[in-house]
Design a protein around this ligand. Sequence first.
Ligand code: PFF
Length: 444
Amino acid sequence: MSNSQWASRLGFILAAAGSAVGLGAIWKFPYVAGQNGGGAFLLLTFALIFSLGLCLLLVEMAIGRAAQRGALRAFAALGPRGWSLLGWWGVVGGFVLFSFYSVVGGWTLAYVLKAFDGSIVTTDGERLGAIFGAFTADPVHSVAALAAFVGLTLAVVLGGVQKGIEAASKVLMPLLFLLMLVLIVRGLTLPGAAQGLRSFLAPDFGALHAAVVIDALGLALFSLSTGIGAMLVYGSYVGPEIDLPRSAAWVVALTTLASVLGGLMVLPPVFALGMSPAQGPGLSYMVMPAVFAFLPAGQVFAVLFFVLLAVAALTSSISMLELVAASLGDRFGWRRGPVSIAVAVLVLLAGTPAALSFGIWNGWRIGGRTLFEAMDYLVSNIMLPLGGAGIALFACWVAWPQVRRALGAAEGAADGAGLRAVRIVAGIVAPAIILALWVANLRG
Ligand code: PFF
């Protein structure tokens, strides 16, 4: 699809924002914030989104636009061949990401069905925990749900309706935000919710040691879909008429909005129902149904919510399949259909043990983490930050002339203040911070 360009500026923003706004805001953000204890962690995460995150996103998009190639050929097109390794890093990261992300995507689809039959619309928190536990521990159901989500992603890409789905998100994303607002109001007015939230949000900056900061950085990059080349691939479809800094600013704004809404929606009812914010990956799926049950016509809200969440998840998983399949196709000259099918089959194989790690393979641990948690940690906390640092170094010190042009700078003119700031943050500050964090973390 290397010759396919977005027809309009809006098309690109919709695709990029569709990639960014997904399960990250609603599934991941609340429980990771819960595990790392509130206010200080949240402030740090948002600060990282607006500073390093924005700059890394920008230079990643710019490399794609400058190279007009997938992740595997983009680096060698703009610099020495050895940098292609970064492309492989991204493709492997995208593959692992797609595999565990689809497990959660599968939960979302399954919850659409559970919303339809009404079984999850109850205010009984314990019962909701048991429903989630029983579903994710059931090997047949959880793998079937995974397969359904991977299959749906593949069908969208093969069916050529990708742009249609992205265009639909112009309506569906605001609708999701609106629905979240209603749910926030209901959640915050539950007895005990507001007070629980207030004490949770009180910042404790003493708690910010290296591992926590890495979690915040990982969450920031995950939310923005930047660090492994997904935005590079999307950037490679961008024609000269599109203003990348403006598009990146939109992505950052929408991602931040979604994450704030996600946190405000999920955490207050957690306190109201006496659940633990550190519950783990199932948190949102255990608590949100209770909020629906507290609303009139709760079942309608439940169906709508999980359908919209599934669409948001899909516009993100499309970018993962795109990253892997388009980059491989572009590098090896493989046709788009067969390579997408092959990637989907392999993702299903790799995702299956991750799905089973909530049940029969739960005892199988890597450094104390289940396989699902280990895959998430590998991608979010290792591959995205280190990949992001590599991409930023490449953009600022190897391919800067092409990157600055892709960012809209005129040839021959000196870099303006904005460009200089991007180059300092992406080229020096971000890699230095990421390196320092990892050194501090490894030394314990
Ligand atoms: N940003 C997506 C979300 O928040 O759900 C996840 C994601 C997509 C991360 C693509 C990384 C990526 F390359």
